[in-house]
Ligand binder design. Structure first.
Ligand code: AMP
Ligand code: MG
Length: 468
């Protein structure tokens, strides 16, 4: 049956300054590597997936391909002009729940925003994003999703020659903080207003003014980062162009899940100073929200007068994140209604884990079966901790069920992701399917023990590279 995507495009109707119409660049011999049938169903897509469409060789009926304009603060410095340099929005669909979703190709060729880039991606980051974003979704964490992955048959040049690929991803929108910065920096108030009206309509129809809108983004991002912390996720490039308005995780570049718990863990090879280390993530978001706030101020007739309220909204964010963090981590130890003093209980456990090089995921998961003792080096201190913990759980009858829902057994461990990529490049999609399958039910212990075993020193991946 021929593929049919029920496009209903809205971004393409916005003023010209917001994007550039551009078609994907065809590739030599596309083959489908992966297809997400349940997601296709959710989006109302019917028919058989064809590699030509998801490689950008065939433009599906109803698509209106375009590249979006945006800016961004990258590692603290402002780049006034970034934009979709290797991504092309095919269009949007209204999903089965009535929610508008973007369908975007990533790695589909050059656009007017490519600067010196080739507009391409190779199989590694494409399959990494496929597996990790779908894992994130199964963990219950807001994220963009992966619909298809295609191998292009072309070779692309990075440090070495690598097999090219295209990812099709969906998002409740691809709007980023950087979209607002782009127009604010140019003093293009009309486009900024059009963008704002669009974003309000799509993400926060009840927001009555830019301040309320900002507070909405802050609330969503506060929740998101607390969720990341709870599963040991390190985004790796939390630049404002990679911070979504929707509150979804976006741009899986050098991201990784921690194995052993160390708060200052960094994987990204380009994050020299650890700006986006695990423990810094909650501090970075208020900084990013301050950038959004500054851009939104330009919408107001008297920006100066609004500064105190905007500043207060941003300054309130650390406490908001803290409350979300407490809720997430309390749940991980079975506490549904956290009290302030639970903070000490949680941080004492984390300290024991840190001191003993404990595996983050396995330690929390072992609490479910009272086997965490094996994960902690200081047994005596852990016994004391357990006594306090059991005491506290006396008033939490549903602790076990709560912990079962919040402590995954399986996460996309780096060494397994790397292994999966190497196999796929060599033509074996087996490890990809195995990982994908196990990660679709992350709270269930998979049969294959390798999937839940931390890496040995030799297997450990210490650096991840940007998707470029
Ligand atoms: P990222 O670090 O992946 O979020 O990308 C930052 C910016 O660089 C975005 O504007 C991307 O579109 C652009 N970019 C990254 N890789 C490429 C590439 N291979 N070709 C063109 N543009 C790229
Ligand atoms: Mg990006």
């Amino acid at each position: 049956m021929t593929l049919r995507i029920p496009f209903d495009n809205s971004y393409a109707r916005l003023p010209d300054a917001l994007f550039t119409r551009v078609a994907p660049t065809p590739v030599t011999s596309p083959t489908l590597l992966a297809w997400n049938a349940p997601l296709a169903e959710e989006l109302g897509i019917t028919g058989d997936p064809d590699a030509a469409t998801f490689a950008g060789n065939t433009i599906p009926d109803g698509a209106d391909p375009l590249a979006m304009a945006y800016a961004g603060h990258q590692f603290g410095g402002f780049s006034p002009s970034l934009g979709d340099g290797r991504a092309i929005l095919l269009g949007e669909v209204i999903d089965r729940q009535g929610i508008r979703r973007d369908i975007q190709l990533k790695g589909s060729g050059r656009t007017p925003y490519s600067r010196n880039g080739d507009g391409r991606a190779w199989m590694g980051p494409v399959l990494r994003e496929f597996v990790v974003s779908e894992a994130m979704h199964a963990l219950g964490i807001p994220t963009t999703r992966a619909l298809a992955a295609v191998r292009t048959g072309d070779t692309i040049q990075r440090e070495t020659a690598l097999p090219g690929a295209v990812l099709t991803r969906t998002a409740s929108s691809h709007l980023r903080v950087g979209h607002f910065e782009y127009f604010a920096a140019r003093g293009d108030k009309a486009s900024l207003q059009a963008l704002y009206d669009y974003a309000v309509d799509r993400h926060d129809p009840q927001a009555k003014d830019p301040l309320m809108f900002l507070k909405g983004v802050i609330a969503r991002q506060a929740k998101l980062v607390a969720h990341w912390m709870g599963v040991g996720f390190i985004h790796g490039v939390m630049n404002t162009d990679n911070t979504s308005i929707s509150g979804e995780t976006i741009d899986y570049g050098p991201c990784a899940f921690m194995d052993a718990y160390h708060p200052q863990t960094v994987y990204s090879s380009i994050d020299q100073y650890g700006r986006y280390a695990y423990d810094n993530q909650p501090q970075i978001l208020p900084w990013n929200m301050a950038k959004l706030g500054s851009a939104l101020l330009a919408l107001l007739p008297d920006p100066e007068a609004a500064i105190p309220d905007f500043t207060a909204a941003v300054h309130a964010m650390p406490d908001l994140i803290d409350a979300e963090w407490l809720a997430v981590f309390a749940a991980k130890i079975g506490i549904s209604a956290p009290r302030t003093e639970d903070r000490a209980l949680i941080s004492d456990l984390l300290s024991l884990m840190q001191a003993g090089n404990s595996d983050f995921t396995n330690t929390f998961h072992a609490l479910l079966t009272d086997n965490a003792r094996d994960q902690i080096a200081d047994r005596e201190a852990f016994t004391d901790w357990t006594l306090r913990w059991h005491d506290r759980l006396a008033s939490e009858p549903d602790a076990h069920a709560l912990m079962g829902r919040t402590n995954p057994a399986v996460i996309p461990r780096n060494h397994l992701v790397e292994e999966m990529i190497q196999a796929a490049v060599a033509g074996d999609m087996g490890p990809f399917e195995t990982l994908r399958h196990a990660l679709s039910t992350p709270f269930e212990t998979p049969e294959d023990a390798r999937l839940i075993t931390p890496p040995t020193k030799d297997q450990e991946v210490t650096a991840t590279f940007c998707g470029t």
